[in-house]
Every structure is written in structure tokens, then in C-alpha cells.
Design a protein around this ligand. Structure first.
Ligand code: NAD
Length: 234
């Protein structure tokens, strides 16, 4: 598989290593210094770039009918626009706020727990995410997916970054600590006890492997997919 890497930072470099180990070749690498490139040289594109350029990168792939896997976070207000464009062009697209297998299992566990807790009004839910200090967006895309999983399965209506005194809001605390690849906690607290579920990434390899597996899976398909489709879970 000939891969275009849109974004060649921390994630792009780990994806390159894993793609090469799996027998693929990297035909294009794009970073902020790249002036032009021909996306049609690639069989598939993997975008781990920056919130302000993700939509342009993804649109360029879809408009040229190149399947695109995006892990960039912080641009989701344009997600529906990308879904419509992909359907119109009959191209192929996967976005995941987190490509690691463990986190996608954790997403499902979170939904089941939210449903079980939904009638227990003595518990208040809160989320915490910790990432390295270079991360541009907050809260993380993964924390937003977790909050959405709680909201879909409970009486909570929306989420809020920081503290919230409103009973229908899921508060998300975002901490930035040097060298942390990604830690997420979902906490249910009552006056008598607490239930916590937690996912800790030890490094970036899990995200990168998931993105390469998603790219392998996407080749030859058209439509908009999620990691649940790739991993056949949920
Ligand atoms: P990074 O800052 O190390 O790398 C970003 C790269 O994007 C840099 O190489 C930069 O030069 C490049 N870039 C800037 N403008 C560009 C453009 N116009 N086109 C293409 N590339 C451009 O960041 P990172 O740690 O590699 O993370 C990248 C993104 O991936 C972030 O949004 C992060 O939140 C997200 N992320 C997602 C997952 C997941 O599993 N979904 C996991 C980790 C990180």
C-alpha cells in the first residue's frame, strides 16, 4: 500500500515506522513546510496534522478519491461537512478521536457503565484527561467521545470544559503534563464511594498501529466508517 502521511510530527513518524514494518511504503510526507504535492500518487492518506489544516487535507483526499484516515483532533465542528462531501464523491473516510484498540474497547465499556449508572442519581460523573504540553486542543477528542458516550446513555445533556455546577453537564478536566501520551479517567462519585474506569497509553504505538490497520481496511471501500467498523466491536 502506498501511503501519504499528511502531518509528519510525533504521530506521523511513529505511523511511518509501523507502516514500513507492515510492508507498506510512504510515498508522500507533508508538513507545514510542504508547498505542493500530488495526492493521487498514494493509495491511501493518513492525516495526523493540526486542527486548522485537517479539513483542507481531508477535503483534498476526498475530492481526488483517495481513501483518507484522519486522527487529527480539534476540527469536529466540520465533521458533518466532510461526511456529506465523502458521500457526494463516493470516496472513503474514517475519523477516530483515538485509534488504539484499548481505547475503542474503553469507549464501549464507558457506554455500558453510563447506562448502568443512569438511574443512580446519588453519583455525579466527571471526566479527566491528561496529555503532553504540546497538545493544541482541549479537551482531547477522546474525552469528547467519552462524554458523548455518557450523554447518549444517561440523563446528562452536554459536556463542559472545567468545573460545572449544572447537574445535566458532564465536567471535563484537561491537564497538560510533559511527555504524557494520553490518559483518560471516567469517575462516578457519591458521598459513600467512587467508581473509576481508566485508560492509560504507555506510548504512541497503539494509536499508530490502529491508524495503519484502518488504512489497510479502508482500501477498496467507499463510505464513512468508524473504528467500530474496523474492529467489528460495539
Ligand atoms: P505534532 O505537532 O507533533 O505534528 C503535527 C504535524 O502536522 C507537524 O508535522 C506539522 O508540521 C504538520 N502540519 C502543519 N500544517 C500542516 C499541513 N498544512 N498539512 C499537513 N501537515 C501539517 O502533533 P502530533 O502529536 O503528531 O498529533 C497530530 C494530531 O493527531 C493532533 O491533532 C493530535 O491531537 C492527534 N492525535 C490523535 C490520535 C488518535 O488516535 N486519533 C492520537 C494521537 C494524536
Amino acid at each position: 500500500m502506498k501511503i501519504a502521511l499528511l502531518g509528519y510530527g510525533r504521530m506521523g513518524k511513529v505511523i511511518e515506522q509501523i507502516a514500513l514494518q507492515r510492508g507498506h511504503s510512504i510515498v508522500i510526507t507533508v508538513d507545514e513546510n510542504t508547498s505542493s504535492y500530488d495526492i493521487t500518487q498514494a493509495d491511501v492518506a493518513i492525516d495526523f496534522s493540526a486542527p486548522m489544516v485537517a479539513v483542507a487535507n481531508i477535503s483534498n483526499c476526498i475530492n481526488n478519491n483517495i481513501p483518507v484516515v484522519s486522527g487529527t483532533t480539534g476540527w469536529l465542528d466540520s465533521y458533518e461537512k466532510m461526511v456529506c462531501l465523502c458521500k457526494e464523491k463516493e470516496s472513503a473516510f474514517i475519523y477516530a478521536s483515538n485509534f488504539s484498540l484499548g481505547v475503542n474497547i474503553f469507549f464501549e465499556l464507558n457506554k455500558v457503565l453510563a447506562k448502568m449508572m443512569s438511574n443512580l442519581s446519588q453519583y455525579n460523573v466527571s471526566l479527566e484527561e491528561i496529555h503532553h504540553t504540546q497538545k493544541l486542543d482541549a479537551p482531547s477528542g477522546t474525552a469528547i467521545t467519552l462524554a458523548e458516550g455518557v450523554i447518549e446513555n444517561s440523563n446528562y445533556i452536554n459536556w463542559k470544559l472545567g468545573n460545572s455546577k449544572k447537574s445535566h453537564e458532564v465536567p471535563i478536566e484537561a491537564k497538560r503534563i510533559e511527555n504524557v501520551p494520553g490518559t483518560h479517567d471516567v469517575n462516578y462519585n457519591s458521598e459513600v464511594d467512587a467508581i473509576n474506569i481508566s485508560h492509560t497509553a504507555h506510548n504512541r504505538n497503539g494509536f499508530a498501529l490502529g491508524a495503519v490497520i484502518a488504512a489497510e481496511w479502508l482500501i477498496g471501500k467507499s463510505g464513512v466508517y468508524t473504528m467500530n467498523d474496523v474492529l467489528n466491536i460495539g
